[in-house]
Ligand binder design. Structure first.
Ligand SMILES: [Zn+2]
Ligand SMILES: [Zn+2]
Length: 338
């Protein structure tokens, strides 16, 4: 089969690789669509996982149902929860599989083959059937939507809350959509790229976008929120964004760190202490949050297909990665049709 693999720093190549074979256990699917995730862009920039097939946001049609032969048939539309929990560690035993201590051992598209390919072999208990009301394109959005849902859950956003989102990439904009559904009365976004800022306003989930490079940003946010935000969802993972959020929160405000940065990020601890700011990290989502995202999409509570701006074939993936990392694009989600 054809697949896109990491070939070096900022380099991908289309290569011929072995098609997964039926083994009576794994569910083999023909990939219909797969999303390009921000974490894929990071791995591409690092370029150290040579040969890896990325892709963990995907759906397709069953080619071989494997262990699910009694419940799933050939041709069924499915998606896959891209987790590989061990089921044995202390976190898994408490149901917190998103923090499985062995979770990265063979994580789809991260440390094990993903779905930037024509076929994919899925762990049976991670397979989810897709209802007709969820399109293939939408199905690629379940995973990032679940990431944003968890952030909004952990933030505890309630009707009437004022929410700041730093970073208007796909996760930031999905956080805004969920925050609105959760009842936030005022949602501000800080974003450095004017094209993404414009896109966020077009999408309509935020009340106002602020220029992340504005020297008076904090003052403007404090004024706009009339005394500080209840919660901040930090999706940029850079020091200016984190510190802006700390300064713009109200006394006892809460910040959820959603964005990932592999390097040290210095923060203003003084204000965090003086204002008793609560800071909490989030990683991934629980299976329940994944299933809730799918259900809410099926019920049209959250509309995610509107964030997708382009679809490319396997030959177009390298170009799509360059586009998404250019810093000068309104694109926040590009998907692949292998
Ligand atoms: Zn993802
Ligand atoms: Zn585990």
């Amino acid at each position: 089969m054809k697949a896109v693999t990491v070939a070096g720093k900022k380099q991908l190549k289309v290569s011929e690789t072995n098609t997964p074979k039926p083994d009576g256990n794994k569910v083999i699917l023909e990939v219909a669509k797969v999303g390009i995730c921000g974490s894929d862009l990071h791995m591409w920039e690092n370029g150290d996982r040579i040969g890896l097939i990325m892709g963990h946001e995907f759906c397709g049609k069953v080619v071989d149902p494997g262990a699910l032969k009694d419940t799933v048939k050939v041709g069924d539309r499915i998606t896959v929860l891209p987790l590989n929990p061990c089921g044995k560690c202390v976190n898994c035993k408490q149901g917190k599989v998103n923090t499985c201590v062995n979770g990265l051992a063979a994580s789809p598209g991260i440390t094990a083959p993903g779905a930037y390919a024509e076929f994919y072999a899925a762990r049976p208990d991670m397979v989810r059937s897709l209802p007709d009301s969820v399109s293939d394109a939408e199905a690629t959005m379940i995973e990032p939507t679940a990431v944003a849902l968890r952030a909004v859950h952990l933030a505890g956003i309630k009707p009437g809350d004022k929410v700041l989102i730093t970073g208007g990439g796909i996760i930031g904009q999905l956080c805004a959509a969920w925050a609105r559904i959760a009842g936030a009365s005022y949602i501000a976004l800080s974003e450095a790229n004017p094209k993404r800022a414009e896109k966020a306003m077009e999408m309509g989930d935020v009340d106002k976008v602020f220029d992340a490079k504005d020297e008076d940003l904090v003052k403007k946010l404090q004024a706009a929120s009339k005394g500080g935000f209840d919660q901040a969802l930090e999706c940029a993972a850079v020091a200016p964004a984190v510190n802006t959020a700390i300064q713009a929160l109200k006394f006892e405000g809460k910040m959820i760190l959603v964005g990932v940065n592999y390097s040290l990020v210095p923060i203003t601890t003084l204000l965090t202490v003086l204002h008793e700011i609560e800071i909490k990290g989030t990683i991934g989502y629980s299976p329940k949050e994944f299933d809730q995202s799918l259900e809410m999409m099926a019920k049209k509570v959250i509309d995610t297909e509107r964030f997708i701006s382009a679809t490319v074939g396997l030959d177009g993936v390298q170009g799509a990665f360059e586009q998404l990392t250019s810093g000068d694009t309104s694109d926040i989600k590009i998907i692949i049709e292998p």
